[in-house]
Design a protein around this ligand. Structure first.
Ligand code: ADP
Ligand code: MG
Length: 271
């Protein structure tokens, strides 16, 4: 089940599918909270283009804007300025209904806290995105994605009967069920031990290498980030550094350098 960093693509090399070859594009994206002297510039001008079929990790000190970036890139939050394109579709200014429809049909989400519905079975949780998108609840499709994450025998269980790692694998299956173009993950391994974290990372890697998805993952863990093709480093609301094909040690060293630059008190926090 584990696919360890096979067939990695150079970011920029692009993938075959789609018109533009770019899965996620941000231009001049700003996100400001509050006004005047007390305003917080959570994103201070972000430009970015992620090719289809790439796996990108986003790292940065606490408060550097990682979650805001992910929310804006995934159409869950609206930038104060700038534009966001998903798979060539401009989502800036899109109506809330259209945006919701696009999110449900073309994006997948994995969060730190699993976010499964406890009263539903594993299979019902996996089928939820199809149900919300008004599509047929294809039980064979649910079985197929559950088999992909190694949980073919757990379809009738409730989330509470599964381990944390198994629950996160259900969340990955749920993210995969619509065959999304882009999977956004915010600290997907933050609540898992090393072994189960690796299983989940292997599944995200496989979504890219085997299924052609694009994955964008926020993490504070250099070992998790090393599963990505590239690591982008956020500091004070903009991307300050980037490392392709880095090892955990190289990534940790960049983080340490970054936190040392952007406020000495944070130095070493990521080591
Ligand atoms: P990270 O995920 O890297 O820890 P965030 O994106 O959560 O960073 O936050 C970036 C900055 O924006 C921080 O200074 C944070 O305090 C601020 N911020 C985030 N959300 C809000 C909000 N809803 N209201 C006001 N400030 C916010
Ligand atoms: Mg955050």
């Amino acid at each position: 089940m584990k696919v360890r960093r096979g067939r990695r693509q150079q970011v920029g090399e692009g993938a075959s599918a789609g018109e533009s070859g770019v899965a996620v594009e941000l231009r001049g994206v700003r996100r400001q909270y509050g006004r005047g002297a007390g305003a917080v510039h959570a994103l201070a001008g972000v430009d970015l283009a992620l090719p289809r079929g790439s796996f990108t990790a986003v790292m940065g000190p606490s408060g550097s804007g990682k979650s805001t970036f992910l929310q804006c890139a995934a159409g869950l939050d609206r930038p104060s300025a700038g534009s966001v394109r998903l798979g060539g579709t401009e989502i800036t200014g899109m109506s809330e209904n259209k945006l919701t429809e696009l999110r449900r049909s073309r994006l997948g989400f994995v969060f730190q806290a699993f976010n499964l519905l406890p009263s539903l079975t594993v299979e019902q949780n996996v089928l939820l995105p199809l149900r919300l998108a008004g599509q047929r609840q294809d039980r064979r499709r649910a079985a197929a994605v559950l088999a992909q994450v190694g949980l073919a025998d757990k379809a009738r269980r409730r989330p509470g009967e599964l381990s944390g790692g198994q629950q996160q694998r259900v969340a990955v299956a749920r993210a995969l069920v619509t065959s999304p173009d882009v999977i956004f993950a915010d600290e997907p391994t933050g609540a898992l031990d090393t072994g189960t974290a690796e299983e989940v990372l292997g599944l995200l890697r496989h979504a890219v290498d085997g299924l052609g998805a694009t994955v964008v993952m926020v993490t504070h863990d250099p070992s998790a980030a090393a599963w990505a093709d590239s690591v982008l480093f956020l500091a004070d609301g903009s991307f300050a550094d980037r490392l392709d094909h880095g090892s955990p040690a190289q990534i940790a060293a960049r983080m340490t350098a970054l936190t040392a630059r952007s406020g000495g008190a944070m130095a070493g926090a990521a080591a």
